[in-house]
Design a protein around this ligand. Structure first.
Ligand SMILES: Cc1cc2nc3c(=O)[nH]c(=O)nc-3n(C[C@H](O)[C@H](O)[C@H](O)COP(=O)(O)OP(=O)(O)OC[C@H]3O[C@@H](n4cnc5c(N)ncnc54)[C@H](O)[C@@H]3O)c2cc1C
Length: 568
């Protein structure tokens, strides 16, 4: 946990550990299953009976989760049939500026924590280049400006900030240590000590499930002593990527999952854009697959394009699922995996009600999604590196502010290329402020805010081409950016996550699997899209009569042992 206001959390230095210490991974405390080890095990993910080779399985959604699911099913000898309503990539969507095709903007996921080992398994497999992401005060960021209540602070390193910010960071560290055993949990995660992780988490869960993020910090001794100004600044400047106060109403469990696993730390971007990952998975032809000859890829199995949007999923009398597309084509499958945001199963897809137990529908419907908006402009060059002769500082910095923009990121493509400014990246109420405005109106207001912080810098004079903007909640194929559970929602998430293990379900409810980041315990992180896809693969293999590789137990085998506990 690196805070934007400061410094590493109680980490290697503080505890005198050497560089050889095991890294933090996104070993989620709800189900600390090592998906990275599972993926790299030489025995593979399992087998299906040879007579089932080539069996079609429907996969709804060609985002990262759907493509990981389809890719692994293909490797096992099944024939995934992928449906996609819009673009391959889903929320890993990269837009190009029309007048400079190589200059890109990541509209959804853009920075990926190195602790996300399952995500990087695929990044590495596909040979994609990554680079440090320029987060506030990160190594790749030459300077950061924090502007709160009209006061401006310039920093090249955390040490340049006034002591107030260190106090805020210390109060947060104390709060998570006192109230949520932060250091002990990170030690257990580093050691991959599953029993200890579960011991700690299962004790905290019932105590914290009904607590908001804000309630947690306001109730902590450290923030009570520090006072409101510290709580307010913490909300605005936060940790890792910046301010998290739009998460204040959400369950503190959601925040703990992020900070325990360093999900908000050490971020890297994918050179050329995040969408390159799902596109590469679609094109990649793995060798040594069951059944399929070398050279087979998801693209070749689909003759180049996935099928269209699904608008109905039902079950026939013979037990097969009938999947209908928006324009009428229907096909039958023995198993279906849905990876779109689960809300869409009731709002955009006529999903036969009896396919899921009533309590699962409740979990789907009660889901809480965050809104999110981003607005990018292309500029002629990375002019922000120019040095102001009077101050000796860069003229423009990565900026965190309590104004409308909230966070401005500077994305450099090299000295002889146009650069990109992410003028504003916002969540929830801050994102709603932009929703009704078009791209130009957004840019005007954002430039107005920045002009108050940098009165002598002519940002507009550097803009070239058209701005690019997105509000994920306005897109009917998403209806929100990513899930964030409210207090009391743990039970819903537990139902959604564990649904892939279906032995206790009625016969007519088996064979349809939910995956995607909103089914994971870490919505908003692509790692959850990958890992829930792998759960679904396990579910499909098991459902069709296949088996897990001996020596490499899968998520379904270990769910009972250290999966998410039921609170009732
Ligand atoms: C603004 C934003 C910022 C983010 N930042 C980060 C980040 O920095 N780091 C990180 O790790 N993660 C980040 N994420 C999360 C990351 O993008 C997601 O975890 C991941 O992309 C989700 O993949 P998925 O496959 O689960 O879902 P999706 O990408 O949503 O894929 C589902 C697919 O289903 C399709 N679909 C919908 N309806 C239908 C239908 N009826 N028929 C067929 N297809 C349908 C959709 O078009 C979509 O392509 C961010 C997300 C957003 C929105």
């Amino acid at each position: 946990m690196t805070t934007a206001t400061e410094l590493p959390a109680p980490g290697p230095d503080a505890r005198g550990r050497g560089p050889a210490e095991a890294p933090i991974t996104m070993l989620n405390p709800d189900f600390p299953f090592s998906y990275d080890h599972y993926l790299t095990h030489p025995d593979g993910l399992g087998t299906i009976p040879a007579e089932l080779y080539g069996t079609e399985v429907a996969v709804v959604g060609a985002g990262l989760s759907g493509l990981v699911t389809a890719y692994e099913l293909m490797k096992l000898g099944l024939r995934p049939v992928v449906y996609e309503a819009d673009q391959i990539g889903g929320r890993l969507r990269t837009a190009s500026f029309p007048s400079a095709a190589g200059i890109v903007a990541d509209l959804g996921g853009m920075r990926f924590p190195v602790s996300g080992k399952a995500f990087y398994h695929y990044v590495d497999l596909l040979g994609l280049e990554t680079q440090d992401f320029p987060n506030p005060l990160a190594g790749a960021t030459s300077s950061t400006v924090i502007e709160l209540a009209g006061e401006k602070y310039y920093a090249e390193t955390p040490a340049d900030l006034p002591p107030f910010f260190r106090e805020v960071a210390d109060a947060w560290k104390a709060a998570v240590n006192d109230g949520a055993k932060f250091t002990e949990m990170q030690d257990a995660i580093r050691a991959r000590d599953t029993a200890r992780i579960k011991e700690l988490w299962n004790e905290l869960l019932p105590l914290l499930d009904e607590q908001t993020f804000y309630g947690f910090i306001a109730g902590s001794d450290s923030f009570k002593q520090a006072g409101f100004a510290h709580r307010e600044a913490f909300g605005q400047v936060g940790f890792g990527t910046g301010g998290w106060d739009t998460d204040f109403p959400n369950s503190i469990l959601e925040i703990l999952r992020v900070v325990y696993t360093d999900a908000d730390d050490q971020h890297r971007l994918i050179a050329g854009g995040a969408q390159r990952l799902p596109e590469a998975l679609w094109q990649h032809a793995p060798s040594g697959m069951a059944h399929w000859p070398d050279g087979t890829s998801l693209a070749s199995l689909h003759a180049g394009a996935p099928r269209g949007a699904v608008n109905r999923i039902a079950r026939d009398g013979d037990g097969n699922f009938r999947v209908r597309e928006r324009w009428g084509r229907e096909s039958e499958y023995p198993a279906v995996v849905t990876t779109c945001q689960s809300w869409l199963l009731s709002t955009r897809i006529h999903t036969e009600e009896k396919l899921f137990p009533a309590e699962l529908w409740t979990a789907i419907e009660r889901s809480h999604y965050m809104q999110s908006s981003k607005t990018f402009v292309m500029v002629d060059r990375p002019f922000w590196k120019d040095i102001d002769p009077t101050t000796g500082r860069e003229v423009l910095s990565m900026t965190l502010t309590d104004r409308l923009n909230r966070a401005t990121y500077l994305l450099d493509n090299g000295p002889d290329q146009p650069a990109v400014i992410l003028l504003s990246y916002t969540w929830n109420d801050d994102a709603l402020k932009w929703l009704a405005l078009d791209a130009d109106e957004r840019v005007e207001l954002m430039l107005h805010s920045l002009a108050q912080i940098y009165p002598d810098v002519d940002i507009a004079g550097h803009i070239v081409g058209q701005p690019i903007t997105v509000s994920w909640e306005a897109d009917p194929n998403f209806m929100g950016a990513f899930k964030a559970n409210l207090p009391g929602h743990y039970r819903y998430q537990q139902r959604l996550f564990t649904h892939f293990k279906q032995d206790k379900l009625a016969e007519h409810q088996r064979g349809i699997f939910l995956a995607g980041d909103d089914v994971s315990f870490t919505a908003g992180w692509a790692e959850g899209a990958v890992t829930t896809g792998l759960n679904a693969v396990w579910g499909v293999v098991n459902h069709l009569g296949g088996r897990t590789a001996p020596g490499n137990p899968g998520p379904g085998e270990l769910l009972e042992e250290f999966g998410p506990i039921a609170l009732d």
